[in-house]
Design a binder for this molecule. Sequence first.
Ligand code: GDP
Ligand code: MG
Length: 161
Amino acid sequence: KLNSYIDIPGVKERTLVAVKPDGVQRRLVGQIIKRFEQRGFRLVGLKMVQVSEELLDQHYVSLHKKPFYPSLLRYMTSGPVVAMVWEGHNVVKSTRMLVGDTNSAEAMPGTLRGDFSIHVSRNVVHASDSTEVAQKEISLWFQCSELIDWECCDHGNIYHP
Ligand code: GDP
Ligand code: MG
């Protein structure tokens, strides 16, 4: 039955993706969303936000001691960010592959960073790096009421039982 929701482990996995201020300024939001849509992932949350330093301190909790942290804060608060939650089978891993290496020079052509950036300090997009971190980041950036559990009409063509 093509359109029934089937129980494939990991289909409900979710990740946080954010188009950073440079990506918004450079009008890359549409192209970035397109890559997730065409892959077959389900968009369950989306908003534009002017991020606070308080949120970033929690979001980047492992980076506080890095020498680049003050400039990372300035970068991430320099303009609006477009935050999204994407869902699907292995979405965390697949998204990291789609986004590409943190260091733009190491990011493969075809990845978002490999196609749209040349320096680590302006690398266009954020993506959670594990399922545990994804859950933490999603609850930091989104209220439960902002996440919509809608039914995709093509689900049965994306997931074969
Ligand atoms: P990510 O998970 O691939 O985004 O990489 P990290 O979690 O290691 O770092 C978070 C973000 O900090 C990166 O995406 C960059 O925007 C920034 N960043 C990381 N390393 C550097 C660096 O060496 N210099 C500068 N300026 N920014 C960095
Ligand atoms: Mg990271």
